[in-house]
Design a binder for this molecule. Structure first.
Ligand code: IVH
Length: 666
């Protein structure tokens, strides 16, 4: 078999296994065998770049090349649907259609998926373009990101599809993936996604398709458009599309009567809670395409379809009081304390009020009867006030606190941010405790045997006031506390001792600098040889670093300019923590590319793109996504795109070959 035949065979096999797994839900091989096949194909494609193919299954892995999205005009505008919440309006819709058509018609009932809509263009059986809805006229070209979604076919099955067509649907983040992602975000103290819809649309707009690939998005397709569609009915066309490899909702039903429509609505209002993805209603579509054409469109939406939205589950209860929670980084979150009420199977006593603006917007008073909803969100929220239930004995208006409820420092609010912060980061008890808890956590210093309760206890009895105090603890100080035996005490001290080996990047993360998560800490450890270089860096130097913007830079500067933090870092240093890169690491870093902005383009012989990116960073340079007058040079492999080359020439940006680059840094 020639290498080309081998590549083609691997591609066909992987496409089929992918379809079995993600569309049919019936995998035939193990994940490991799948991964092995994928790796084999990646290796061969790297070895034979001349057989590159935009529809290869390897495209699903994504790339970490940053990319700005180009805007594309939709062939057919992407309209929205008229919404209704009432059964009467469904009846009205049905009657209007009957009157206008003056003949029998079928209604196709579907679930209304609550994600982000997408338009996919297929030419000769291949996915050529994926565009977001945008403003309905124009959207963003997110093809590279969409290719990472396994349930979207890159190459169609059979040969019965139109040469050119568009198919639209919804990109979704399944509940399970959403919950896992938010848990991870929570542990990094990053803002959570409010619901799977925001998570899906946020993910689709990421510039790094490799991260998109890791987010495990899914897609359902529900609308076929084009000149040469196979059938006259919407439902029938989608059944055909399913044969071409698309994931078409198996829940679609054709109804002959209005009572069948209501049966469908009634059934799915309950049953949707068992689906793996979020839905927020039912879509009713007149099925016949000729009848659709006769009914036509208004300026905003089709007359042949309507969305019936489910009532979000909500309950009415009394607001007893508002309390405030202070997080590790000082964020002050208002919490509504409610008279307990039953809501979708659980008793709700507390609900989030998010921030001061939300409280103001609701015109909230103590004693108000408030609506609590459990929408797509994890924590129930207050969505409104029943003003009619207000008596003349109106309670006190809820005013956001101006001082920290824990330490009484005056709160601050950063420009452009909704949250209030307590600035007293070194002496506000929940912030100190939170910081110590973060410091000892698994992904930071990973101190065995020590958990939040123990930290709480040590803190309460005054044994520790900050993270540096941990390193002064002795077994005798802690044994006997709260029935702690000699063995547990020794283990804790051993765990603290062992943490002195934790590498530099995790030590930076452990410090708990606001906005410095694991990824940023890694970047910092790559850009600075030790903590002194980091704390002496100025704003300009910090924002030079990939992915570090003004907000993070300011926060780092603020951290190191605080005197208590300076003392703390000194004490941690004296305790023996790793405050510089390891010897081995240091030897591989240089300043040879310091201050240079480098674009990577084309296919390479000696190293992968990611390896070149790392080499640039290790040598002090910055890898940027697109060419501008600020670009120092382009590291170009084979097949650099003609548009890029032209831009480089126009701007007078130098093009450097792989070999030249390697000798530059050798
Ligand atoms: S059909 C011209 N079908 O709802 C109408 N839309 O408000 C084309 N949606 O932007 C849309 N599930 O994102 C259709 N089964 C479904 C849907 C659906 C969710 C979304 C879609 C659209 C919005 C309309």
């Amino acid at each position: 078999m020639t290498p080309k035949d081998r590549i083609d065979k691997l591609r066909a096999e992987l496409h089929q296994h992918n379809y079995n797994y993600y569309v049919l839900n019936t995998p035939e091989i193990s994940d490991k065998v799948f991964d092995d096949l994928m790796r084999k194909l990646q290796d061969m494609e790297e070895q034979y770049p001349e057989y590159k193919d935009e529809s290869s299954p390897t495209m699903r892995v994504g790339s970490d090349l940053n990319k700005n999205f180009t805007q594309v005009t939709h062939r057919y505008p992407m309209l929205s649907l008229a919404n209704t919440y009432s059964e009467q309006e469904v009846i009205d819709f049905y009657d209007r259609a009957r009157k206008a058509l003056n003949e029998d018609f079928e209604i196709c009932c579907e679930l209304k998926y609550d994600g982000t809509s997408i338009s996919l263009i297929y030419e000769n059986g291949r996915l050529t373009r994926a565009v977001t809805r945008g403003d309905g006229e124009k959207g963003d070209d997110v093809t590279d990101n969409v290719k990472t979604i396994r349930s979207i076919p890159l190459i169609l099955h059979g040969n019965n599809y139109p040469a050119s067509f568009e198919i639209r649907g919804e990109i979704l983040m399944p509940w399970k993936v959403f919950e896992k992602l938010n848990k991870e975000k929570e542990s990094r103290e990053e803002p959570l996604f409010a619901n799977p819809r925001n998570a899906a649309s946020g993910t689709l707009k990421l510039q790094n398709s490799a991260i998109v690939a890791s987010r495990k998005l899914d897609a359902y397709l529900y609308y076929l458009l084009g000149e040469n569609l196979p059938c006259n009915g919407h439902y029938e066309n989608l059944q055909e599309a399913a044969k071409w490899g698309f994931k078409v909702p198996p829940t679609m039903r054709k109804c002959q009567t209005l009572s069948e429509v209501f049966e469908y609505i009634k059934f799915w209002d309950i049953e949707r809670k068992n689906l793996p993805v979020a839905t927020d209603g039912i879509v009713l579509k007149v099925n016949n395409l000729i009848q659709q054409r006769n009914l036509g469109f208004t300026a905003k939406s089709p007359r042949w379809a309507i969305a019936y939205k489910f009532q979000a589950e909500r309950a009415l209860t009394r607001l007893d009081k508002v309390t405030y929670q202070v997080g590790r980084t000082g964020t002050v979150t208002p919490v509504a304390n409610l008279e307990p009420v039953q809501l979708s199977g659980t008793v709700v006593k507390r609900a989030s009020l998010h921030n001061a603006d939300i409280i103001e917007g609701l015109d909230l008073h103590i004693g108000d009867m408030v609506y609590v909803e459990k929408g797509g969100e994890i924590i129930p929220k207050i969505t409104g006030v029943d003003f009619s239930a207000r008596s003349f004995m109106l309670g006190e208006k809820v005013k956001f606190v101006t001082v920290c409820p824990e330490c009484y420092s005056k709160l601050i609010r950063y420009e452009g941010e909704a949250a209030h912060y307590c600035p007293n980061e070194t002496a506000c008890p929940p912030q100190i405790k939170g910081k110590i808890e973060h410091f000892i956590s698994r992904r930071a210093m990973n101190i065995d045997g020590l958990g939040p309760e123990t930290v709480d206890l040590f803190f309460k009895i005054g044994l520790i006031k900050n993270t540096a105090d941990l390193y002064a603890l002795k077994t005798d100080d802690i044994k006997g506390l709260d029935r702690m035996g000699e063995k547990s005490a020794t283990n804790i001290i051993k765990g603290i001792e062992n943490s002195k080996e934790v590498p530099f990047d995790r030590v930076i993360f452990a410090l708990g600098i606001r906005f410095v998560g694991e990824t940023v800490a890694k970047k910092l450890s790559k850009s600075f040889a030790n903590i002194d270089e980091l704390r002496n860096a100025d704003y300009e130097r910090l924002i030079q670093i990939d992915e570090i913007g003004g907000r993070i830079a300011q926060s780092i500067l603020a951290y190191f300019s605080n005197e208590s933090n300076q003392i703390l870092v000194e004490r941690l240093k004296d305790a023996g923590l790793q405050f510089s890169r390891s010897e081995e690491d240091l030897n591989s870093y240089t300043n040879k590319l310091a201050g240079l902005s480098i674009v990577i383009s084309g296919v390479f012989m000696h190293h992968s793109r990611d390896e070149y990116k790392e080499l640039i960073e290790k040598n002090g340079g910055k890898n940027v996504g697109s060419i501008s007058s600020k670009t120092s040079f382009i590291l170009a492999g084979d097949n650099m795109g003609p548009a890029k080359l032209e831009k480089a020439q126009k701007l007078g940006v130098r093009v450097v070959t792989e070999e030249e680059f390697l000798s530059m840094i050798s």
